[in-house]
Ligand binder design. Structure first.
Ligand SMILES: Cc1cc2nc3c(=O)[nH]c(=O)nc-3n(C[C@H](O)[C@H](O)[C@H](O)COP(=O)(O)O)c2cc1C
Length: 366
């Protein structure tokens, strides 16, 4: 029986904040207003989101910077340590860590997530990522496996992690293809959430989606538009069913928000930071970094302003009313929730909370 302590009941449409743990956040822009990811600002953002009743905090995992006209992603923090720290600054919001399976041993991740789950009284979550950006891996001297094999390795990783996070009161040995010689593994006391904390993953390829459906409660995804999103959701529902899941994997759409009093102002501001001041070296690097055809819908790689504006995520640009309306449409389309990012979380989260969230409450989503 699944017993998780956040995102299980509560609002019909879940909302979380995404991508704030490195400079630039979800944007690739040069404007001075961009997010600089100072630790105290991250704590303030976490507290704001917690007080506002949002459901979760979810970072990208990045280890080092990427090329750009200005330094991009060079200032970043580690996600497991971040979740531990933020659990002490918040009261009820879920705190996710994004973990790279080739880099962090499942035994270490199990013990750390268990610790965070106890420290937060049951609010820990894990976003499992099996690898994408070889540049990040180079600094660990790790050569990524061929694409689909990353998910076979991830599957063994998940088997060990989930058994250990459940406590494994009776020690077990594990003999896999990648984890060959694990002896007498145990990790009491195990997490408070049972049998283990909430699991998210993000993937597009058939191998990646299969991994998500076999292991995760939620799938983090990006849709080109509402119609494409709907097609994706029906495919996910039938894949979940063929995999024998009792309920389909729950899709969370990643969005970026530009909210202003008028639509014209919001569009002008988006043009300013995502077109006129896009970091084109960064955008080119991002496009070139696509390592498998399936990573994102092909069409998204042609939308430079959407890459600079929000890492290709779903754009919510307009008045508070426009943004609420689009979130309601995403809910109607079948998305379980949205993970939202902003150009600057300190200045842009408060208006979202004050002006968009009440409309979601009114519409019965929250
Ligand atoms: C919204 C979203 C967030 C992601 N976050 C991370 C991340 O923080 N770190 C990372 O290495 N990969 C991240 N990924 C990449 C995925 O884990 C995966 O490698 C990528 O989507 C390619 O999918 P595929 O392997 O199925 O082709 C993210 C993907 C998406 C869609």
């Amino acid at each position: 029986m699944r017993k998780t302590l956040f995102m299980q009941d509560g609002p019909a449409f879940k909302l979380g904040v995404f991508g704030y743990l490195h400079d630039g956040g979800i944007t690739i822009t040069k404007v001075p207003e961009r997010w600089t990811a100072q630790w105290d600002d991250i704590v303030a953002l976490a507290r704001n989101a917690d007080d506002a009743g949002l459901d979760f905090l979810l970072p990208y995992a990045r280890w080092k910077g990427m090329p750009g006209e200005i330094p991009q992603r060079t200032h970043s923090f580690e996600t497991l340590a971040h979740a531990a720290a933020l659990s002490g600054h918040t009261r009820r919001i879920g705190v996710f860590a994004t973990v790279h399976t080739p880099i962090v041993h499942p035994g270490v991740a199990a013990k750390m997530i268990t610790t965070i789950d106890h420290a937060s009284h049951g609010r820990a979550g894990i976003n499992i990522v099996c690898g994408w950006n070889q540049d990040d891996f180079d600094m660990f001297g790790i050569e990524q496996l061929p694409h689909d094999e990353r998910y076979e390795h991830g599957r063994e990783w998940f088997d060990i992690w989930s058994r250990l996070t459940s406590g494994a009161a009776k020690p077990f040995d594990y003999r896999g293809k990648y984890f060959r010689n694990i002896e007498k593994a145990s990790a009491m006391p195990g997490s408070l959430q049972r049998p283990w904390p909430l699991v998210i993953s993000a993937a597009y390829s058939p191998a990646g989606r299969k991994f998500a459906i076999d292991t995760s409660d939620y799938l983090l995804t990006v849709a080109e538009d509402l119609e494409a999103g709907q097609r994706e959701l029906s495919a996910l529902a039938s894949q979940s069913q063929s995999a024998g899941r009792t309920e389909p994997i729950k899709p969370i759409i990643v969005c970026y928000v530009v909210c202003r009093e008028t639509r014209a102002e919001a569009e002008a501001f988006h043009r300013y930071y995502a077109e006129e001041n896009a970091d084109h070296v960064g955008v080119d690097y991002w496009i070139a970094g696509r390592q498998t055809k399936a990573m994102l819908p092909e069409a998204l790689y042609r939308l430079r302003s959407r890459i600079a504006g929000g890492n290709t995520n779903f754009p919510l640009i307009g008045t508070p009313g426009d943004i609420a309306e689009q979130l309601i449409a995403l809910h109607r389309a079948g998305f379980t929730g949205a993970a939202v990012g902003f150009l600057n979380y300190s200045t842009d989260l408060p208006p979202f909370v004050e002006k968009v969230m009440p409309a979601l409450v009114k519409a019965g989503l929250r």
